[in-house]
Design a protein around this ligand. Structure first.
Ligand code: 5GP
Length: 121
């Protein structure tokens, strides 16, 4: 089976500020910006600055970077005023996970009750 190849996505352009996005946080490892099509009152994407297409491509070398997704999420949730009521962090992988943009991203969603984690079958 031939290995699928992945190219940088629009998210790399957002990191480099080549295209506009509502960036709420950026440091040397991660960038966070508001989702263009929010699924809740607060919907922010937190992404590694390094191009990693899917969770299947994660290696031990990425542990510090991917850990930063969580520390950024905690800071952003505080700044957005949603930390105490709570929120959900979601990372989709490939087709069954519903991944559409092939640059790993953590969705931070909240600002209102979110309901069941998955649609009931
Ligand atoms: P996925 O389905 O891959 O987990 O999520 C991709 C997310 O990226 C979607 O929620 C979609 O609305 C968001 N998105 C796609 N393109 C852009 C864009 O150009 N700008 C922003 N801010 N969000 C985007």
């Amino acid at each position: 089976m031939t290995e699928k190849t992945y190219q940088e996505t629009i998210f790399s352009k957002i990191i480099r500020k080549e295209i506009p996005a509502d960036i709420v946080y950026q440091d040397e490892l991660v960038t966070a910006f508001r989702d263009i099509s929010p699924q809740a009152k607060t919907h922010i994407l937190i992404i590694p600055n390094k191009f990693i297409p899917t969770v299947n491509h994660v290696t031990a070398e990425d542990e510090q970077t991917l850990g930063r997704l969580f520390t950024a999420a905690a800071k952003i949730a505080q700044a957005e005023g949603i930390a105490e009521n709570g929120y959900r962090l979601i990372v989709n992988c490939n087709q069954h996970g519903g991944q559409e943009v092939f640059h790993i991203h953590m969705h931070l969603v909240g600002g209102e009750p979110l309901g069941a984690m998955l649609e009931k079958k």
